[in-house]
Design a binder for this molecule. Structure first.
Ligand code: HT7
Ligand code: ZN
Length: 844
């Protein structure tokens, strides 16, 4: 397969002045007519008239009205063209009903919909399908469906047709079309300059009652972007459509966002608090793309983190403002460590701005998104909040309507602040998670902190240069008072010392407050010091971090030495969980153990080969011991955290329910599920119903409730995804693969639906001890399923291959089993480019 390189970028040789598209919809034979005005650029680096096209049946082509016969080549066509501006016309036929890859124009539950990012538009018509080619689009849709939607503003409609005009020049990846018998939840928003915007969420009939929360989130996002970034919406209408079959979460098509129904539909009865929080964040994310992604887009796909990192950063700020800043930060760091750190420290490591790819869909990664956002967080911390605001204003002023690069982005910060960012830029080009080693000295009232940074080699990058790392720090006195408030140290050398004078005693440092940089901090510490920080640190993130470190150390000694759970840690947890002055959401997070996969990574980092079964046993023993220690207080805590008032998906209620759920799971270890069964019976919302079912299933005492759940929800796809996933997630290590396999044979299992496939196979990969069971049954099942899915949906297949990325952590027997399965995938007939690239990289 061809490899594409950042260094090879050449602009397209033609300007595209305007695009006119006509769609004549038919499930197996949709006709797409295009009329495009091109003008050749003077001195073009690449003067070829090459239009991308895939899986298209060319019916006719004309230039300036005269028929032409273009040469069809791999990936598109080339054609001789005049030297002056000309009009290109083509007619192609496509087959949306046969499109199971869910890229281009496809059908989902009887409706037509599109997904064009990154390179799906070329499956709709011949076009320069690259983000630096921007044009206005006018679209006519002919079809019998009740609702016919495209980007921009509506310009006319009649029986069986509708027309749309998007006046804002955009790349083809932002094109969208939806046609179906849909119903809408309508509302409106008045922008700060007084413009009325019509808002709609379009859904399948029956789902109207699940739109109110999403609509409210949309209006909050519109207001927030005006208040915080000064960004106003720029069309007369904003449409959101919910689609059942979708490869990712949602897509920011201009004026017509398309959502995986799991990321927009919500009701108290069918959605958990976590679902509500995620929906709010994704609606905000897609809306924020209107400026960071659509009005200012990417020059090429190597620059993907320009729009994704920034937009993730913006949606995180939004969630922090809507909910709790520390809780959001802790949640994000948990996710970063669970998804991005393994990527950055394994065979799939790549910089936030990769320099080569075979299939760009494989680079919609945690590194591009989440590390991309972390890099922006560091930049903001280094330049300060006011300078960040100045730089962003300059970015919008200078680059509106353009397709930009990371260089453009950094230049704006340099111009706005006068700061040289050449060293900072390494964050965009170097892969791998830096390790920062801390050593300390104290003498004569002066405390000296020495920080040393190094980044392990990653594929293609054996050596790394030191980066600029903002390290936040505060100092506590031995009695727990904060004696130095948070300040930012700029680590720029391989090793650097910082001094703090005038101290009466050796302080306790609180380092990397708010997780100021995506690094691994290495510092000798003791459980006593961690417990001290858990009790006294004024920075909530580092308080949680101290608890997390204690939890990790306890697990590690349980696994490696067969030790009992650390008594001091159990005491600290007990104190914390009973402390009603603390935010319940925070207490729930402190009570949540580090993932078993994370413990496996920690062991590996310390030179110990992780045994997934031992890690599982340690987790079970710890939870059982904690439950026993809390025995007398659990019923009271359970009662005190039970929310009796009518369900509201607000942050406070969600925090209480999260804590209540943790307590219920501990209680279930002692009462065998009595309380959980009562909660299941009484629950009037999905959060409590699901928490009770999960506790019961974990205790292997939930068969009747699982059946009842199925009976109640079998017609609700999204709730059924929960049912499928939960059974695999709760299965014991020796049973998980079998449970998952049986579910793939269930009448409601549908491999073509990515949500359902992920519910089962994603849960298997997430059941650490089950997936890595020594029998290898988990590996075999996943490989079989991925091979079967690849011919239908390469994008989802390739993404799920990352379940194997941590294989080098494990013992040689497991490594051999995984290698066999990866080689089996590679040998599959007609393997997609997507999956081939992923598996080859994992095996390298
Ligand atoms: N910009 C979008 C990324 C995307 C995508 C979305 C849905 C289906 C396939 C997709 N490929 C790429 C989503 C986002 O980051 O907002
Ligand atoms: Zn995005």
């Amino acid at each position: 397969p061809e490899t594409f390189y950042l260094k090879d970028y050449k602009p397209f040789g033609f300007e595209v002045e305007a695009v006119e598209l006509t769609f004549k919809l038919a499930p197996n034979s949709t006709r797409v007519l295009s009329k495009i005005r091109f003008s050749p650029k003077a001195n073009a680096a690449d003067p070829r008239f090459f239009l991308h096209g895939e899986a298209l049946k060319l019916i006719s082509a004309k230039i300036d009205g005269a028929p032409v016969t273009p040469e069809l080549i791999a990936g598109g066509l080339i054609c001789d063209t005049p030297d002056s501006p000309f009009t290109w016309e083509s007619e192609v036929e496509i087959d949306p009903a046969a499109n199971t890859a869910l890229e281009g124009l496809y059908m989902s539950s009887g409706m037509y919909c599109t997904q064009c990012e990154a390179e799906g538009f070329r499956k709709i018509t011949y076009y320069p399908d690259r983000p630096d080619v921007m044009s206005t689009f006018s679209v006519r849709i002919e079809g019998n469906e009740k609702v016919l939607l495209s980007n921009g503003n509506p310009t006319g409609a009649g029986e069986g047709w509708a027309e749309w005009l998007d006046p804002w020049p955009k790349p083809a990846y932002l094109f969208a079309l939806v046609a179906g018998d849909l119903v809408n939840h309508a509302d409106s928003f008045t922008t700060r300059s007084g413009k009325d915007v019509e808002l709609n969420i379009w859904v399948r009939p029956g789902d109207e009652g699940k739109c109110a929360f999403g609509m409210d989130a949309l209006k909050k996002s519109m207001k927030w972007d005006e208040d915080v970034y000064g960004r106003e919406y720029d069309l007369d209408i904003f449409n959101i459509v919910a689609v059942d079959d979708f490869n990712m979460g949602a897509m920011e098509n201009k004026g017509l966002n398309i959502f995986n129904s799991s990321c927009v539909l919500a009701s108290p009865e069918t959605s958990t608090d976590a679902n509500f929080e995620r929906i709010e964040a994704i609606i905000a994310h897609e809306y924020f793309h209107n400026w960071t992604g659509n009005r200012i887009t990417c020059r090429d796909w190597f620059q993907l983190c320009l729009k994704e990192g920034l937009t993730v950063f913006r949606d995180a700020q939004f969630t922090a403002d809507m909910r709790s800043e520390p809780v959001k930060r802790i949640e994000d760091v948990i996710a970063l460590r669970a998804r991005q750190f393994p990527e950055d420290n394994g065979p799939l490591a790549h910089p936030p701005r990769p320099e080569q790819f075979q299939e760009i869909n494989n680079f919609y990664t945690a590194t591009v998104y989440e590390k991309g956002a972390e890099v922006i967080g560091m930049l903001k911390r280094l330049v300060g909040d006011d300078n960040y605001d100045k730089a962003l204003d300059l970015y919008f002023d200078r680059h509106d309507g353009q397709a930009c690069t990371i260089e453009d982005w950094l230049k704006v910060f340099e111009d706005a602040t006068g700061r040289d960012l050449s060293q900072f830029k390494l964050w965009y080009s170097q892969a791998g998670t830096p390790q920062v080693t801390v050593s300390e000295a104290y003498a004569g009232g002066t405390y000296t902190l020495t920080l040393a940074q190094s980044t392990p080699p990653t594929p293609g990058q054996p050596d790394k240069a030191p980066r600029v790392i903002p390290i936040t720090i505060g100092l506590l006195s031995p009695n727990g008072d904060e004696i130095r408030a948070t300040e930012v140290l700029e680590l720029t050398e391989a090793e650097q010392s910082f001094t703090f004078d005038g101290l009466a005693a050796k302080p306790v440092p609180s380092i990397l407050r708010e997780f100021s940089a995506p690094v691994i901090l290495k510092r000798e510490s003791t459980n006593a010091e961690r417990a001290f920080l858990l009790a006294h640190d004024t920075d909530p993130f580092n308080r949680w971090e101290a608890g997390n470190a204690l939890a990790t150390e306890t697990r590690v000694t349980m696994v490696t030495e067969g030790a009992a759970p650390d008594a001091a840690y159990l005491d600290a947890l007990e104190k914390l969980v009973r402390d009603d002055t603390l935010d319940p959401a925070f207490r729930a997070l402190v009570l949540s153990p580090p993932s078993q996969s994370e413990i496996a990574q920690t062991l590996h980092d310390r030179g110990v080969t992780p045994d997934p079964q031992k890690i599982y046993d340690a987790a079970e023993t710890f939870a059982q011991t904690l439950a026993q220690q809390l025995e007398t207080s659990l019923p009271r805590l359970y009662a005190a955290t039970t929310v009796d008032s009518p369900y509201q998906p607000d942050a406070h209620g969600a925090g209480l329910r999260a804590l209540n759920g943790r307590i219920l799971s501990l209680l279930t270890r002692l009462d065998g599920g009595e309380q959980a069964a009562r909660q299941y019976q009484a629950a009037d919302n999905m959060t409590q119903q699901y928490a009770a079912l999960a506790a019961l299933m974990k205790a292997e005492n939930g068969e009747s409730q699982s059946q009842a759940f199925f009976d109640q929800w079998q017609n609700d796809r999204l709730v059924m995804d929960k049912w499928f996933g939960l059974q695999v997630a709760c299965a014991a290590p020796d049973a998980a693969a079998k449970v998952a396999m049986d579910l793939t044979r269930h009448a409601l299992f549908d491999m073509k639906n990515p949500n359902r496939f992920r519910a089962v196979m994603g849960a298997l990969a997430g059941n650490h001890a089950g997936f890595h069971h020594k029998s290898g049954a988990g590996y075999t099942l996943l490989a079989q399923q991925l091979i079967a899915l690849d011919s239908l949906n390469p994008q989802t297949t390739a993404r799920m291959c990352s379940a194997f990325q941590t294989w080098a952590r494990y013992d040689s027997a497991r490594q051999a089993l995984i290698r066999t399965e990866l080689e089996r995938i590679l040998a599959a007939e007609d393997l997609s480019r997507d999956t081939n690239e992923m598996v080859s990289r994992i095996l390298q």
